[in-house]
Design a binder for this molecule. Structure first.
Ligand code: GLV
Ligand code: MN
Ligand code: MN
Length: 417
């Protein structure tokens, strides 16, 4: 690859129209009638978009590898192959009511970076590595961001392979079903630095009229499985005071969750995202309810305090209503600061492009938050409409996506030389 002077690389821009076209081209894999995407990790649709991604990367001259958890790595050689690659990417899986941008933007903007460098005939000193991490969303298999966590050494590959979805299918079986259990050992590939472009998924950039979020870190997350055991009884004959209605226990607990998060606000948030009456029947008082709880804050001590208060509330409600409310913490991710050097590279890239920007902390979890435990890492945010994400109506402008891709390109050039 040819050498190019720094001044000509500073003028280099991604092709925003081509990026926009690829975002919409891949949106057909799992596309929903409402214009969103339902592409749960390791589903048939995820297999289809992975195949598309591999072919597009190979057409761009990249060498694609797959690790034992299905993460795809597309390598562009550097002039000095003794250097670890500068990596960038995100995820192609979505929520069941996902949009076209969450994760997708970071992967396809990475592809656009590779294509732009190819078109301009520009080589980098360090190799470049575009990554599509398996199961960022955590909707089908918990926890979220599991493959990047295994990459960073927070879980073993076998622990992740054994995780089951609601139907009892393991990650290993789901990988085999779409042919994406790769041969590379997880974590084997060295990475020199990692940068992830993503939509903000919140309202701050849009409200302040800023194009770029220079992300300084991610907030802490705790996930729980909850179970309430009351007592099933006849809906027509059980007088109201004698009931041990598990759904009413959950209703009270849900209000306690809201009260506790508000009391620790404004940064604290907590959500019961799944709730199921077990053995439901129209004329049976619900006896057993299962639910999930997602709780977040940028401060570790606040997560501790909220958990203690939630457990107290569960005990109080259960005692008063004569039922057990059990909360089991299945995952906790501590708040993560990003690397000052990579954050500065993102800031300098945005400044060089003349883009309005602000420092920001991520409310969502991202693979970058796991990578940060092992590799110098930072993120780039662009606005999304009304701050809405995890919704089929999720939307971002072509101009903001292109600006984000330009910042990614210029950051990567700064880091890779
Ligand atoms: C991932 O989307 C998360 O923040 O839960
Ligand atoms: Mn995401
Ligand atoms: Mn998401």
């Amino acid at each position: 690859m040819s050498q190019t002077s720094p001044s000509s690389t500073h003028n280099l821009r991604a092709d925003g129209a081509r990026l926009w076209a690829t975002i919409h081209e891949t949106a057909r894999f799992g596309g929903t009638p409402k214009g969103g995407i339902n592409r749960l990790t390791l589903s048939a649709e995820d297999g289809q978009v992975r195949d598309w991604f591999r072919e597009a990367c190979e057409a761009a001259g990249l060498t694609v590898g797959v690790d034992a958890l299905g993460t795809q790595y597309a390598l562009r050689p550097g002039q000095d192959m003794s250097l670890p690659p500068v990596a960038f990417g995100s995820h192609l899986d979505t929520q069941p009511t996902g949009g076209k941008f969450d994760g997708v933007l970071g992967v396809l903007a990475g592809l656009e970076v590779m294509r732009t460098l190819n078109d301009a005939g520009i080589g980098t000193r360090a190799p470049l590595l575009l990554v599509n991490w398996t199961n960022e969303e955590g909707s089908r298999f918990a926890p979220a961001m599991m493959a990047s966590a295994a990459y960073a050494g927070d879980f073993t590959t076998d622990e992740i392979l054994a995780k089951r979805d609601a139907a009892g299918t393991t990650v290993a079986e789901a990988l085999d079903a779409i042919g994406y259990r790769g041969g590379e050992a997880v974590g084997e590939r060295a990475i020199g630095a990692f940068v992830e472009l993503h939509i903000e998924q919140g309202p701050i950039l849009e409200a302040e009229g800023k194009t770029i979020g220079v992300v300084e870190g991610g907030q802490g997350i705790a996930w729980f499985d909850g179970r309430i055991e009351g007592f099933e009884s006849h809906a027509g004959t059980t007088p109201m005071p004698r009931r041990r209605d598990a759904l009413l226990g959950l209703s009270e607990f849900a209000l306690a969750v809201e009260r506790i998060a508000l009391a620790h606000g404004p940064s604290a948030v907590a959500t019961i995202g799944e709730a199921t009456i077990l053995a439901p029947s129209r004329n049976v008082v619900p006896g057993q309810v299962a639910f999930t709880l997602d709780m977040r804050d940028p401060r570790s001590a606040t997560l501790d305090a909220m958990e203690a208060e939630l457990r107290e509330a569960a005990a109080e409600i259960g005692g008063r209503r004569r039922m057990t409310l059990a909360l089991s913490r299945i995952w906790r991710k501590e708040p993560v600061p990003f690397d000052a050097g990579v954050v500065a590279a993102v800031e300098a890239a945005a400044e060089g492009l003349g883009l309005s920007r602000r420092r920001i902390v991520s409310g969502a979890g991202h693979d970058a938050c796991n990578l940060a435990g092992r590799v110098p890492t930072a993120m780039i945010f662009v606005p999304c409409k009304d701050g809405v994400s995890h919704n089929e109506s999720e939307s971002a402008t072509q101009g903001d996506c292109a600006a984000g891709a330009d910042v990614l390109l210029q950051t990567v050039l700064r880091l890779a030389g």
